[in-house]
Design a protein around this ligand. Structure first.
Ligand code: ACO
Length: 336
């Protein structure tokens, strides 16, 4: 709940966009040494979407944002802040959020990106909430968008089966109608474990050269087993902490919208609590891991298909490179 009594910050619209090209596990088995059986049993992923060559992250984000604004009944000119969570920006700078602003005509917004890998959408949600809570912004757009196909090493079977492209968006507003909206958030990071999941090339540490390209440093590297263990522990801890902070229990939670990295991670989280996997909103079988886009796309689908309803307690939880992790709990849906 807001630190200031009498108002709350609510999500008043959601939207998403998935590129039309589908890449199935069987398609992958034709280009690398893998099988549909291995991928499904180790990850739960069946297929993922791949953006077109001329489709950048901001293009996907702009469509998701427009759909979210339409659902909210909010004009682009009303948006005061745009935050894009991404590890695959259109360019190093300017921010992808600036490109989105221009595409959707949100001329009154100030714009920046947040880089927190798979936790990026939750970090952005919490950041936007504080601008709204403080009163300097009335309406914010928070978007998670990724074109991970451009940083995926298609010769590395241990990672290339995991990722996909897409974008999801949420419109946030401050409300004064006694709804509860976003209740609490927690977030954490451990830069000491950055080496377990990263893209080593292309930044100031290893600027792009012929050598870095020959070494394939422009692609994601991941120590899958290590990441797996930390992901389960950090997401369980974050979920526990945010519920405690909100004075809620696991039984109060209607829906969990988790980061979608691996079905075994999601099952492990469910088993740590009441074992009820049915209250998790899951789409990784269709889209794989879309990093910052995973949570908002799963949210939008669950709102649009009628699963998430007003009054529901919704728990978001995520983990990603950095390491970063976070959780947010909210009461869904008051005041469009
Ligand atoms: N097809 C067939 N075999 C494969 C494949 C593949 N696609 N990939 C790996 N293998 C093989 C390995 O070579 C290995 O063979 P070996 O035993 O002969 O050496 C064997 O399968 C087992 O490999 P592991 O890496 O131990 O497999 P694991 O069960 O750990 O699954 C996975 C790997 C899916 C990556 C898992 O570790 C995982 O999901 N990790 C977490 C990912 C995550 O949470 N990411 C979150 C953040 S992502 C972000 O921030 C961008």
């Amino acid at each position: 709940m807001s630190e200031h009594s009498g108002h709350s910050v609510a999500i008043v619209g959601t939207g998403s966009y998935l590129p039309s090209k589908v890449l199935t596990n069987d398609d992958l088995s034709k280009i690398i040494d893998t099988t549909d059986e291995w991928i499904q049993s180790r990850t739960g992923i069946c297929e993922r979407r791949i953006a077109a060559d001329d489709e950048a992250t901001s293009d996907m984000c702009a469509v998701a944002a427009t759909r979210a604004l339409e659902q909210a009944g909010v004009a682009a000119e009303e948006v005061g802040l745009i935050i894009v969570a991404t590890v695959t920006p259109d360019m190093v700078f300017p921010s992808t959020a600036c490109f989105v602003q221009h595409k959707i005509g949100a001329s009154n917004a100030f714009c920046f990106d947040i880089e927190a890998a798979c936790s990026g959408f939750l970090f952005s949600l919490d950041t936007a909430r504080r601008f709204l809570d403080g009163g300097s912004v009335e309406t914010a757009l928070v978007i998670g968008g990724e074109k991970l196909s451009t940083v995926t090493d298609w010769e590395d079977r241990a990672t290339c089966v995991l990722f996909g492209d897409g974008a999801g968006a949420a419109v946030l507003q401050r409300k004064t109608n006694n709804g509860r909206g976003i209740l609490e958030s927690v977030a954490g990071s451990d830069g000491g474990l950055a080496h377990l999941l990263n893209i080593p090339g292309g930044g100031s540490r290893n600027p792009t050269t012929k050598e870095t390209i020959d070494q394939r440093l422009q692609y994601m590297k991941m120590a899958g087993n290590e990441v797996f263990k930390h992901a389960v522990r950090c997401m369980c801890d974050a979920a526990t902490k945010v519920l405690e902070k909100a004075n809620l229990t696991w039984d109060d939670v209607t829906w969990v919208v988790p980061h979608q990295a691996n079905m075994r991670i999601i099952n492990a989280i469910a088993n740590r609590f009441d074992g009820n996997i049915d209250k998790f909103c899951i789409n990784l079988n269709r889209y794989g891991n879309m990093s910052g886009a995973s949570v908002p796309v799963a949210l939008d689908e669950s709102v649009r298909d009628g699963r998430i309803k007003p009054g529901d307690i919704v728990l978001f939880v995520a983990f990603g490179g950095g390491f970063t992790w976070g959780a947010t709990v909210m009461e869904w849906g008051h005041g469009k």
